[in-house]
Design a protein around this ligand. Structure first.
Ligand SMILES: Nc1ncnc2c1ncn2[C@@H]1O[C@H](COP(=O)(O)OP(=O)(O)OP(=O)(O)O)[C@@H](O)[C@H]1O
Ligand SMILES: [Mg+2]
Length: 236
């Protein structure tokens, strides 16, 4: 099998105490959507942090387009085309929407106007609210700011930790549609989702993590059809 575009392979590590991840592997192919699901505390966010370089792993490796990036800082990974929207505190609440987008482009030295325009085309509400403090926006709109900010670096791979947390089902569907749209532009999406069933429906690849280990790995479709996965993780 061909090497995935981004892979965290056999990752073992934690926060200094006992290991949280145990030989955990997550990956995404170019232009595809990979989804990580699993119970609370399974290590989904930890796996994302490990892939982004916010956590030291003492076994395993992270590779991007075939290059070993295990030792790189998060900032160096951004320079290589990775973007990450963390689960919490993913926007600057006291800054305006547009300032948030500008902050996202802090590493760029070229003109960012066209990228801001692209973000506004993807999320029209952000254009309307561009002068408003991001902290005054609704949950779904804040998530759009966070995703938009990540897109400002023109990433090749976008990592999202629970992009639909705390939003209504309708807003969730809309966000998923936008995420599919982003993937269609060729950007790989690696995302953690609490809404497992809906997320697996749009996933090319799915990972079920349990206690820091890979429990099931397959296409989104196959996981949705697996009776064991359905019974244990999808509520039947
Ligand atoms: N900064 C931290 N320091 C120490 N332990 C942590 C830290 N963050 C998470 N943990 C521990 O790591 C384990 C996995 O947490 P993690 O946040 O990765 O789970 P998760 O699958 O993302 O859960 P959730 O669905 O609730 O977001 C938990 O036992 C948690 O207590
Ligand atoms: Mg989490």
């Amino acid at each position: 099998m061909a090497e995935p575009f981004l892979i965290g392979e056999g990752m073992t590590g934690g926060y200094g105490g006992a290991d949280i991840l145990h030989a955990c592997t997550v990956a995404v192919d170019a232009g595809e959507i990979a989804v990580i699901v699993g119970p609370n505390g399974a290590g989904k966010s930890t796996a994302m942090k490990a892939v982004f370089g916010m956590l030291t792993i003492h076994k395993g490796a992270v590779r991007l387009a075939g290059e070993d990036i295990t030792a790189l800082t998060p900032q160096a990974r951004v320079a290589k085309g990775m973007a990450f929207v963390p689960q919490n505190n993913n926007i600057f609440t006291s800054m305006s929407v547009e300032e948030n987008l500008e902050m996202g482009a802090f590493l760029r030295r070229d003109d960012i106007a066209a990228t801001i325009e692209e973000v506004y085309r993807l999320f029209p509400i952000l254009r309307e609210k561009r002068r408003q403090a991001a902290g005054e926006l609704s949950g779904g709109q804040r998530q759009q700011v966070a995703v938009g900010r990540a897109l400002m670096t023109k990433p090749k791979v976008l990592m999202l930790d629970e992009p639909t947390a705390g939003v209504s089902p309708i807003v969730m569907d809309e966000l998923f549609d936008r995420i599919i749209e982003v993937a269609r532009t060729g950007i790989s999406i690696l995302m953690v989702e609490q809404n497992a069933r809906q997320a697996l429906e749009i996933a090319d690849k799915g990972y079920v993590l349990v206690q820091g280990r890979n429990a099931y790995t397959d296409t989104g479709k196959a996981l949705l059809a697996d009776p064991e996965v359905r019974r244990t993780f999808l509520g039947g």
